[in-house]
Design a protein around this ligand. Sequence first.
Ligand code: HEC
Length: 426
Amino acid sequence: MHYPRILLALAALSLASPVVAEDFQGSTHALKYDDPPIEYSKQTPQDRIAKLQAQIVSGEVKLKWDDEYGWLPALLDELKIPKSSQMLVFSQTSLQRREINPRNPRAIFYNDDVYVGYIPHAPMMEISAVDPKLGGIFYSLDQVPQDKPSFTRNQDCIQCHVSPRSLGIPGHFVRSLRTDGGGEIIAGTDTSEVTHCTPLADRWGGWYVTGQSGAQTHLGNLVGLSAFDRHSGDPSYRGNVPDLREIIDTSKYLTPHSDIVALMVLEHQVHMHNYITRLNYETRTMTETYGHIRYLKNQVNAFLRYLLFTEETPLSGPVSGDPQYVADFTAPGPRDSKGRSLRDLDLQTRTFKYPCSFLIYSEAFDQIPMVMRDHLLQRLYDILTGKDEDPEFSKITANDRQAVLEILRETKPNLPAYWQPLAAKQ
Ligand code: HEC
């Protein structure tokens, strides 16, 4: 029997697609981010770097130059980005790709709203901040001593930082691919975008990874195709590396780590940021075009599934990294009266202890237009209380629902009154 060629092509495509349903129900095409109502490039950003720039200009903040690392240490201190979040990537994925190689990887540091890219001895640092309304805003900072360093909003970054990988909005992503011995990408070896749904075995090609993942293998620390070959025969090759002292000159970096737990949190976080921005853009576009958000049902479901980790890839054993990172990441809380926080890490069967993203506390979440935020909070409440029986959320256990509901009630300001238990209302 002969099948029309188009059907065969479609069948092949669906076989090749990842197990997880398409991210935003297929709507990962680039949104017209420079048209009204978004006007990404025209708007004045209100992100953390824009604010820091104003403080530097006014003299309120002075950054201290460091002869070895340039602006890096002062910038991390000022932005309260932990040094322990350091992760090293040696695939040549940057505007300064030629500066990057397996002996001189790029370091990335981050907190909830800023990402900092630093390559030893490169002419500039690459920084991106999450603007609560606009999404990722990209800056370069020249690595030269001066009285008032200046962050330049750099539109060249968008050529890579708006793509289906970033859900079609200016945002962030993590790749996993094979490189040659010099860090050059080998085309066609990509594992789509890496999120908390990606199996560990497919993560971290092109990255260094320190920490323990037991028998769970990954593609980190593999430099050059011969290393990948050796890895196919012995998947534990180059896994469970405590630090990078025997692999690179770690004195060029702030720590000898490229922490496995920092990487796992990053992979959850960058994609959550993209979802928040995409939903913000879609809501503004829909309300302007149709005056309602009813067509966004699929996007809302996809968003809530990611927020609640329903498709997270489970861990088959414990993962551990630098305890300093765990301490730094969990410190900000907030915590409920039982001491629980959405930032608490599990690292036994999953990344976080409670399956609801800590980015629900972010300004970007709160800046999702009210009509959508109200709708999200209603859906979330209905899912957590079991009223919403949509099978997409049925995997969340009763205990997890109860814990997340209780934590949010006590720690998320300005929840609608119906969130509070009846007793409290009297
Ligand atoms: C050639 C494509 C490319 C260009 C151009 C580019 N980037 Fe990136 N950038 C990437 C990739 C890919 C990653 C993800 C890291 C990885 O997996 O290799 C990334 C990651 C980052 C990160 C870490 C956060 C994240 O998204 O994972 C920052 C910060 C960053 N880039 C800033 C910038 C800035 C600022 C510019 C412009 C000055 C820029 N980038 C230009 C490809 C690019």
